[in-house]
Ligand binder design. Sequence first.
Ligand code: HEM
Length: 471
Amino acid sequence: MSLTRELFVRFNIISILSKRDCSKVVRDFRDVPSPRGFPILGTRLALLAAGSSKYLHEYVDKRHRELGPIYRERLGPVTGVFVSDPDSIRSIFAQEGKYPIHVIPEAWTLFNQKHNCGRGLFFMNGKEWLDTRRIMNNLLLKGDMSWLEEAADAVITGFLEDLEKNGSLGTSLDSEFYQVFLEVIVSVLLGADTYRKHRDVIQQRVDHLAQSVQLVFETTMKLDMLKVKWADKLGLKRWKNFESSMLNALSGTTRMLERLTEECGRGNGLMEMLRAKNLSEDRINAIVTDLFLAAADTTAYTMQWMVYMVAKNQNIQDELRSQLGDPESSYLKNTLKETLRLYPVAPFITRFLPHESCISGYRIPENTLIVMSIYSTGRDERYFDNPLEFLPERWNRENKGRVTRQASLPFAMGSRSCVGKKLAEYELQTMLSQLIKNFKIELLNTKEIRMVMKMIAAPSEPIRLNLKKIG
Ligand code: HEM
């Protein structure tokens, strides 16, 4: 049986089993374990005591340990059912239907309504989403990926050359990686040739954009736990800051792309490929603008976690370096997998299922918010031996220890999983291999770095490195 067919059959078996399960199950939604809270305040105090939603992933992890792999809790304005066992997570994806729906931050939805904004894939639903997603799948996930790799290579090669000239990385690692991965998106949109020819001007324009994109995440976080409709109606400063950061980022991106097209031509990258699919300029603009929001923080933070781990574990860094030229080696790939297991930048994945469903033996009404606790699953000793240790070799096929592949899903699963997965994997692995090949990376931080939520998972403090040129 072909691999695709086998996966299809397995997926359907899970789906059928989980539906069948439901008929046997008598447990009601109200019986889903839930923490005790105070009248009116609910469990808000417990969350505040844990450090508010900055440490939401740790808070939820603690709840799972207390209440089990499925529990229900009201956090701020919403009630969610939190799920952390891999089988249930697979069954959720199997039941998500033709048009999977995930949560969009309330502030972003209100902003789009207020400003009548057409947005990209992440914000779309129903048929519009599926039609666009099919086009993007064909371009970013299927067939010949060499153009995408070339676009990433052009940027990473330039970055390494600059690094060799200027010596150091480290003091502002976060903004340097951020800038590079924003440049990769521009290179993907306009094509590698255009990027190489107009690198200077592209770098200047991206530099302006970087701050405004990052500000969107920061200002959204500050709206945390507020009813955003009220924040808007009352004209709260926090809402105004968010609104202007989003306007700046969106109009800044559009302006940047217009200017670059004038200065550098239309190129032969993703934008031109979308034009060939007869999409209108407005629609293309909406789709690509949101790629900057989806692609830069996710890859820049993952890169930071990855260098943090290899700088902290010099033996792993040496092993990586020694296996770099070996085409049979999967150590580099496994280092990325292991990084994302411990530091999934999207530690929660959400779905609203279109019909009443059965999860972990409980009947879940349709349109309930389901939150899959990817962070907890990846750090659970039931699925990984020594789960808190960074061990890329655990992912080797011949590894005899416990490793549950489906318990680490950093890019999600199913038809709404990350459309940029291949690009992300390629650029992160290429960047790490180039850094390791040319430099010995040492960690200057002395304190353990924690994961904090800045909408996605980021390091709690800047990672400082010393790079020593090799050879
Ligand atoms: C380490 C890097 C990355 C991680 C861990 C990551 C993770 C994810 C996850 C978990 C989702 C699914 C959200 C859901 O199901 O609700 C997602 C969606 C998405 N990602 Fe990524 N991502 C990464 C990089 C990228 C890159 C480089 C791009 C750009 C090409 C990108 C573009 C998108 C888009 C457009 C969506 C929305 C897809 C849809 O709604 O159909 N991501 N990502």
